[in-house]
Design a protein around this ligand. Structure first.
Ligand SMILES: [Zn+2]
Length: 580
């Protein structure tokens, strides 16, 4: 309560700008609470990896220790580019692109990923698509002819409906003969590719790309590729402070780092998981009641689709395989068996780690049936910054809370329920609602894209809720929907669906004299977003998120006794029965 109160700026009215009221006196030394928990995470991991008392004989542990030692000792200017990536056996763009991809540099001419098929969430395919138009490539020199041609090609095909095709490798070779796919996949997978299954969009882009690159000179291609590689290394931001090394390792070696944190640092897993699961189940219970109201006037079949999705949703604590315990050491060791990090060459370790990551990503493609093994599943994607905020995976119908997030001020199992419900309850509610926004709704309970989802999205009342939420501009409609409906869901779950603050006489909690329970709820939710307002990517700014989400919640103005003149709720309910 002391910390909550010290952030308040009482010169601002909660009714006119709630974020400023709740966060105006934010005086922490951190940019925001994420930076604080990241720092604690890093401190704990540094202590473990440099401990002289801890005796862990496993290969995995030694590998991480060596990687860390080399990382803190390296100097940025020593990060030369590996020569073998650029030259060697007669320069050829398909082979070079595959080699880049193998070392973590994706999206040079196209995006390639090993992922599950859109219509079968347990079946691995190679996904191919045009790279996003803005691939962060900002040449320091003026645009070359090749760069211009590539940009124009992306612009020309950028607005096309990305129709998905599922082909075998033979079909891909026949349909897009302009590109030598045999060479590409041989180099990428380091084996005869065999009968790969390929999910591809932007087919016409690929045909034109193949033609363009065939006509380009080797010099132009080579200089373009070496620029991209240099840019890639710059973006990896490999400075050698111990904290930066830990964050870098958490992103490129997620399995090992999470496993070590789980084993040596994280002490409250069972109690936390019990509480989280309870909280998650109660949120689902409230959402199920929303569905019973059937605000969108859905058919029985459509409602069953949504109920099945809700019931099948999984909660995961930490990005680790679910049913393995710390005792399953062989799995973890074998996983990194092909890596050979040393304590004295960071540059070599870095390229090896990226190579390892790509090899692990593509491993399943070579297994019989290329089937996903749920028991060993964890997220291992092409990131340079680890995921710290909880996230929802549509294909797995799973909500994951990263271990770094399980620290105060985000969470502590000893806190009063109102704090857990207003912060973690909101976070879980936000993620849960991603399953039901305009993109998430397309995935069924098993994580496959389904026609029933399209039908629900077409309903006039669903569209009306989307329009309503855009009464003011937003950087991302789906994030706004998740905020609106997530806060609503957390509030309804804690206070009850029929809750009307008008009708309730609150007595303050014994730890707090001034703020009543609903006010505390709003304040603690808002203070999750306190900080120095770093520029947001794919979200609105934090102050906008807080103010808009509260503006949508009609209880807010009652809880703070705002007059209609000060505060007029928008009330864009999507699932819950209307409040007015
Ligand atoms: Zn979100």
């Amino acid at each position: 309560m002391h910390s909550l109160r010290s952030n308040l700026d009482r010169r601002v009215s909660p009714c006119s700008n709630f974020w400023s009221f709740a966060c105006g006196n934010w005086s922490s030394n951190y940019v925001d609470n994420f930076q604080l928990v990241e720092q604690r995470y890093a401190n704990a991991m540094i202590a473990v990896l440099t401990s002289s008392r801890l005796r862990d004989p496993s290969r995995l542990f030694k590998q991480l220790q060596d990687y860390f030692t080399a990382c803190v000792a390296h100097r940025e200017e020593q990060m030369q580019l590996p020569r073998e990536l650029l030259s060697g056996d007669g320069f050829e763009w398909t082979r070079a692109t595959a080699r880049f991809r193998k070392h973590g540099l994706n999206g040079v001419f196209f995006d390639e990923m090993a992922d599950v098929a859109y219509n079968d969430s347990f079946s691995y395919v190679v996904q191919l698509k045009m790279p996003v138009a803005d691939n962060n490539y900002s040449p320091l020199k003026p645009e070359t002819r090749l760069e211009r041609d590539l940009r124009e090609l992306r612009e020309k095909y950028g607005n096309e409906d990305p129709l998905l095709q599922l082909w075998t490798l033979s079909e891909l070779k026949r349909e897009i003969p302009q590109i030598d796919w045999q060479i590409y996949f041989e180099e990428l997978l380091e084996r005869e590719p065999g009968q790969l299954r390929v999910q591809i969009s932007d087919v016409e882009y690929f045909r034109k790309l193949g033609e363009l690159l065939r006509e380009s000179s080797k010099t132009a291609l080579e200089s373009y590729l070496s620029d991209r590689l240099a840019q890639f290394v710059r973006e990896a931001n490999l400075d050698s402070t111990p904290h930066n090394c830990i964050h870098h390792m958490s992103a490129v070696l997620p399995l090992g780092m999470n496993h070590i944190y789980d084993r040596y640092v994280y002490r409250t897993r069972s109690e936390d998981m019990r509480q989280l699961q309870q909280l998650f189940d109660s949120l689902r219970g409230t959402f199920a009641k929303y569905l019973e109201h059937n605000r969108l006037e859905l058919s029985y079949e459509q409602l069953s689709y949504l109920h099945a999705k809700l019931a099948g949703m999984q909660l995961k604590l930490g990005n680790l395989p679910v049913n393995l315990t710390s005792a399953d050491y062989s799995f973890y060791n074998d996983h990194y068996a092909s890596a050979n990090f040393s304590a004295d060459s960071f540059a070599q370790n870095f390229w090896q780690a990226l190579r390892l990551r790509s090899r692990l990503q593509h491993l399943a493609l070579g297994q019989p049936g290329a089937t996903l093994q749920l028991k060993y599943y964890y997220v291992n994607d092409d990131l340079f910054r680890a995921r710290n905020a909880p996230y929802f995976e549509h294909e797995r119908n799973t909500l994951t809370v990263p271990l770094v997030f399980m620290q105060w001020p985000f969470y502590d199992h000893r806190q009063h329920p109102i704090f857990r419900h207003s912060l973690m309850g909101f976070i879980l509610g936000h993620e849960l609602n991603h399953a039901f926004e305009q993109e998430g709704i397309l995935f069924d309970a098993a994580g496959n894209e389904a026609l029933l989802g399209v039908r629900i999205r077409q309903k006039a009342k669903f569209q009306a809720a989307l329009n309503c939420a855009q009464y003011s501009p937003t950087a991302s409609l789906k994030e706004r929907l998740a905020d609106f409906n997530g806060l609503q869901l957390a509030y309804d779950t804690f206070f009850g669906l029929g809750h009307d603050s008008h009708r309730f006489e609150y007595r303050p909690y014994d730890f707090e004299r001034e703020f009543l329970a609903p006010q505390l709820f709003h304040l603690n939710f808002a203070q999750f977003f306190c900080g120095r307002l770093p520029t947001a990517i794919n979200h609105d700014m934090d102050d906008v998120r807080v103010n808009e989400a509260e503006l949508n919640l009609h209880q807010f103005s009652i809880d703070f006794s705002c007059t209609r003149h000060q505060f007029d709720s928008v009330g864009c309910e999507m699932w819950r029965a209307a409040s007015h």
